[in-house]
Structures are given as structure tokens and as C-alpha cells.
Ligand binder design. Sequence first.
Ligand SMILES: Cc1cc2nc3c(=O)[nH]c(=O)nc-3n(C[C@H](O)[C@H](O)[C@H](O)COP(=O)(O)OP(=O)(O)OC[C@H]3O[C@@H](n4cnc5c(N)ncnc54)[C@H](O)[C@@H]3O)c2cc1C
Length: 429
Amino acid sequence: MTEAPMTEAPTDPAADPAADPAADQLAELRRWLAEHWDPDLSLRRWRELLADSGWACPSWPQRWCGRGLPAGIARELSAELRRAGVPGPPEGVGMMLVAPVLLEHGSDELKDRFVRSTVTGEITWCQLFSEPGAGSDLAGLGTTAVRDGQEWLVSGQKVWSTGAATADFGLLLARTDASVPKHQGIGAFVLPMRQPGVRVRPLRQMNGHSSFNEVFFDTARLPAGWLIGEAGGGWTVARATLAHERRLAEFRDATLAGAEGLAWREAAAERAAAAEPHKWYPQRAGRPDLVIPQARAHGRAADPVLRQEVARLIEMSWSARWMADRAAAARAAGRPPGPEGSLGKLASSRIARQAARVHAMIAGASGLLAGPQSELGGVIAEIAVSVPGISIAGGTDEIQRTIIAERILGLPREPDPSKTMPFRDIPKG
Ligand SMILES: Cc1cc2nc3c(=O)[nH]c(=O)nc-3n(C[C@H](O)[C@H](O)[C@H](O)COP(=O)(O)OP(=O)(O)OC[C@H]3O[C@@H](n4cnc5c(N)ncnc54)[C@H](O)[C@@H]3O)c2cc1C
């Protein structure tokens, strides 16, 4: 069951031209904060107040931690919460992907069971999509979910699962029917991670970090009602999730400066733990911010060849920022995430590669040295080995180009006979 659209306005401003719903809501939020914010509250208690008042996620439906407000007003309210210097809902996959997808596609039972506990930070999530043989071709996934009475039994393997070692639940895609074409035989599920049928093994990356995991399912179990949507409707859920994921790049970290009290101490500890797998992500984005200081430090700021490359980087970064602003304005106007996410994703890859190239031109061979005594304490070397990840995570550059070609430019679709044949007849391996 899908809820009423989250963008639906509860009042009609046209009925009273003097009314300013945003100003009214802001005033109400300020009054509420003055009455309820107490830095000595525990983080959990504070988030329970936020969730139950609807200020945690103002665009979500009232029954599930929101106020049913239009997205534009909700953004202003979230900005006001940040200005007020209070901790917000937890960051990460639960709030950014799972809860929005449950609100769009989950049953009321699933929303009741999982949305509030996600907003309060009581439970954490990971995403169980990619498999060793199904990354770009995600619809070719082979992990199976078989109905057995009041349960689903899950067998197979996932890979690249960020946070799977600590998550309480996973958003899982699994094959429910191999006799139909691949996109039609997938289910989306909520899978409890802490059970005997689930084994998680961390991976080690070439930049030395360990952010991802392999996850093995050996008859893992979940309740029948924890299917999201219909048994063959998992692909719709997957697409909704990926659309939310492609705009994760805009996520903004609220500052902790000057924050005091128990709630903030707990929020800082939680944030540090959540940020651990992502602490190399600035390097993955190429660190364009370091390019000009590095050129100056190496006495290369007047080098005409280098200046051309820096100018190219700045030009790419600025146009990507304007495109992101345009997408944000579209969302504020209540439009759902669209294919512009692919343009932004592709732009981030190109910017990261150009920044890495400029860093290599500036640092020369010394930029390959890792460790604390090397160029910028190893940051330049870390950029070189982290940048390739941005062109792969969340859909590779080639896949983004296909999406742009087909959905934005309207070019003919890539031929794929496996789209129409039963999944079990598709040659594997
Ligand atoms: C940093 C990072 C974080 C990640 N985080 C997660 C996560 O949290 N959860 C999760 O589920 N997954 C995650 N992934 C996995 C990621 O989604 C996959 O790696 C990605 O979709 C590519 O799949 P693959 O690795 O199987 O490569 P393949 O799909 O095998 O692709 C190999 C190469 O072939 C190209 N290719 C494939 N198909 C086509 C085509 N039709 N046309 C043109 N070229 C094609 C690709 O572009 C690529 O260059 C992460 C990956 C990275 C690098």
C-alpha cells in the first residue's frame, strides 16, 4: 500500500494570500525547540521526541515521523534544525534509502515496525543488492528467496555491502521466481542480519581501508510479511532505492562545533562510527580543494600547462554544482528524483579523475609514496588508489551513459535478449 504522496500540501495557500505556511511552520518549530530541546537528554530520547513531533522528517506522512509537508518547506525546517544546533536523525543507509523506500513501497505493518526505530537510531541498516555475478546487471542476481509457510528462506551471496558487519537489518533483493524474465522474478525484503544463516566477511581494499563486506546466506530466515511490495515487484523497489542513492552525494554533514551535552556526545560517537567506512571518500572524490594549494606549495602555480588542467577542473566542478542546484530546486518543487542523478554521478567521476590527474602532475613520482611521511601524509597516494571507486559505486560510468542515452536523449534501447527469456534459461557465468 502506498501512502498519500509526501509532497501533498495540507493547506491551500491560495485560499489566503496573506498566509505563509513556511513561516508558520518555522515559528511553530522554534516554539517547539524552545520547549523541548535539552542537551542533557540522551540521544535516543531526543530523537524519540523529534520523531513523534514530526519535525524529524517533515515531508514524511504524519503517522510515520513526519508532518506531510511539501518538500520545499521541509528543507527549510531541516535547515532550521541545523541552525538551532540540535542533533538530527541518524545519517546513512537507513534514513537516506531504506525508510524512504519503505514509505513508498512497504506495507503499513513494515512502516510501523521499522520507520520510527530507524529515525530514532534504535536500528541500523545495510544494502544487500550487488552479487559477484550481478553488479551492473543487477537484475541478473542469483540469491534466492523461497516461501516456506510463514517464512522466506534465503540462500546465496552478496558483495560490496557497506556496514553489513554492524547492521541490524538488510534491504535485500532476492530471486523469488526463476521461470519469468529476470526483472519480473525479484522480491525486495527486510532481512534480520543477526541470525545463524547470515555470515559476514570484511573485504580489504587497495587503499588499505576495509569498508565493505561479503555476505553469505545459508537458509537465512525472515517473516513472510517482511516482503516489500509484491513478490515479483522487487525491481521497482530496487530502482527507487538507486534513484535515492544517486543523490546521496548531496548529503550535508551538520557541524558539531560548539555542541555540548549528553545528546551531542552520543551523536558525535555515533557519527564517528558511521563515518569510519567512508573516511577515504573525500579522496575518492579526487580532493579538488587541494589542487591550488598543492600547485602553490610546489611552486607550479604559474606553469601554463598545469594552469590549463586546473582551469578545466574548475570548469567541470562549477557546472556540476549548478546542475546539482537545478536538481535540488526540482526536488524542492516536489518533483521525484529523475535521470539528472545519472548526469551528476557521471560528473563526479570525471571531476575525481581530472583532480587525480592534476595531483599526479603536481606531485610527480613522490605522489605514489604512501604513509605518514609522504606527500600530505599519504593523502595524494590515497587519492590515486581511491578515485577508481567513484566510477564504479552506485552504477558504473558506462551504465550512467546508457541511462543518459536511453532515458534523457531517447536513443534506442541497448538490445538485451536476456530481458525477455525466463531467468533460468539465461546462460550463466
Ligand atoms: C566504492 C564502492 C562502494 C560500493 N557500495 C555498494 C553497496 O553499498 N551495496 C551494494 O550492493 N553494492 C555496492 N557496490 C557495488 C557496485 O554497485 C558494483 O561494483 C557496480 O554496480 C559494478 O558491478 P560489478 O562490480 O559487478 O562490475 P560489472 O557489472 O561486472 O562491470 C565490469 C565492467 O563492465 C562494464 N559493463 C557492464 N555492463 C555493461 C553494459 N551493459 N554496457 C557497457 N559496459 C558495461 C562496467 O561498466 C565495468 O566497467 C560498491 C562498489 C564500490 C566500488
